[in-house]
Write a protein of this length. Sequence first.
Lengths: 229, 155
Amino acid sequence: MKKILLEYASMLAFTITGLVFGLSFFLLFINFYHMEELAETVDIASYNDTNKASVENKINQIKNNISVYEQSNYQGSLNIYGLNTVKSRLENCVEIIESDDMMNYFDLDQIGINDSYNFTLDFRNKILNDCLVMQVTSMINTDTVESLPNFNLIKPYIQIDLDNLLNSYNYVQNNIENSDHYYFTTETNKTNFFDLVEDSYTETMNNYQSTLDLLVEISNWYRYTVIGG
Amino acid sequence: MKKIFNGLFYGLKFLLLVAAFGLTLFILIRMNMRLNKDITSIISEFVPFAILLILFFVNILFKQKNISKNLFYNLTCCLVLSTIIVVALRSLLDTNMVLNEKYGYGVDFNFFDNFIAYIKIMLYGLSIANIFFMFREKEEEKVIVNKKPKKLKKA
């Protein structure tokens, strides 16, 4: 009897040791995998060149569109307070977009997880908060701007775009912040669904371009309003 | 060869236990300081370390060969303690973890916090296995009797 119990004790000891061995082996190597994945860098030189050209083109478009109005030369009948407001708000947005903090991202040849994260934060703080919320949202709720021709037609579209853009960064930011935790991804998931560094950067860049598209649309409306009035 | 590896892992596990304990203590104290919590609240986290250390000393004191000569157990101890050290070092030094950079505490508590449960599971597992190994049947020692050569009687 004693011998059987001792055999069971031995068997249990080896079983527990084996399970602990398996768990620690798994955790050790998933740590190395996780470390390697977070240390990943992505070459974005050509992607950035394309996007930089597109951004510069859109900025020039906005600048050209708002340059049609000068208060000192304006002979039209439209509300000059409204025209001044739109112009100054768009100028402020262009200034933010052209700031070194934002343009420096286009000079990067390679990015890591921290660059993707910082880009998302800067996009949220500077482009969404400082430009879209502080300038565009407050502009569309101004009485003098609302009195401008056709503004009521484009206002709902601007509002929809603003709502979409203001919620666009949440997923990317949360996803990167959660990358500090263990997650059991596979190569298939990684290639098919979401590559943390590259896809986060691309997603934010797409939202950045959409913001510029919105500003271009507003500036186009502004141009035709000034010329027509 | 087996004896060399066994000796290596047997000695190494003590060094790794001290290192793993030190790093865990440092991180948990920093975590508690940040939260302004009482230091006594982290004592329970160190119970598995203390139990394992006591069992190691019991193994030495009673010269338990079932454990000291058990290569698999000693290797598992080293692997578990190395894993704890790797995780602790990553939470301190891995700058690619964005929350470490974001909050600037110098320790990624979120990452380490995930791991505390695993640390406890593995250390308690090793302690229980150690206790079971103590009850293993003793191998019968073969006594080699050196027979003295008989003296030949002179005829």
